[in-house]
Design a protein around this ligand. Sequence first.
Ligand code: SF4
Length: 327
Amino acid sequence: MEYRCSDCPRRCGALRTDLSGSGFCRAPARPHLIRAAAHFGEEPCISGSRGAGTVFFTGCSLRCVFCQNREISRTVSGRTFSSDALRDLMLRLQDTGVHNIELVTPTHYTRVIAEALSKAALAIPVVWNSSGYELPETLRLLEGLVQVYMPDLKYLHAGTSGRYSAAPDYPDAVIPAIDEMFRQRGSYRMDDHGILQSGVLIRHLILPGNIEESRDVIDLVADRYPRGSILFSLMSQYTPMVSAEAFPELSRTVSPEENEDLLHYLRLRGLDDGYWQEPSSAGEESIPLFDGTGLDFSNKPRNNNSGICHENGISNHIQNHHQEVES
Ligand code: SF4
């Protein structure tokens, strides 16, 4: 594969080949992976009791100053996968008994991922866990291949997205992107065990001192999508990992008062379907090890329900602090 890339809103036009890339994300066409294993740190409807089958890609088309996965998002590292190899890896991960295949930060590899998914015929939902900084035309490559969209809705103010993510156009991009996700999947649907089978789950990370923007995000979701059609996850786990000199306003966690204020507003606006966190969820212990776990399936025969890799400490920490939003 070799093409000039306009796959995300940056529209670099950079040349990408199977093994090299020169755009903002630096990513080649073929995906680079750093981990593929069961993960228990997501919302209960994603992690369930057997874990999400999480596939972590490296590189990113955003550059968030507070990124908790900066170890893998700032550079393209890990192992490269062809579409056939990626298909095989997803099938093997499915065999371990996970609830879904969750693709984390996949946007810059959409083309090869779509190819792999179209060949995989998975029996469990595919979850697209993305930044929301995406193009509708690129997302259309995934139609019928992805069952659950889980985008961030980080900002609605260009000043903030420019300062924190080097993307002043983020607010212009994210709304049409989520509209396209909703067009594809419609109202969310759970199975009898409370595992999300189809739909859109929007995540919003509260930033300290940025409560007005979070209110605007809540307003937008409440006003734009039919009540009860979309899941919303209000996250308070922000952990300061930035230079306090360059971003003094981000050098603390979210206060209980800020969290309480937004939780109250969430209820006021009727976003009753979703999750929220306690500010005490902040901390680096929820970050998995990016050590190549699960990438070497080459010598193992496929079998069913074998070897779920539990990440003790992560599941309890997050799940205990995710609460269903009560009206
Ligand atoms: S996916 Fe990467 S190369 Fe393509 S437009 Fe976006 S930043 Fe540029």
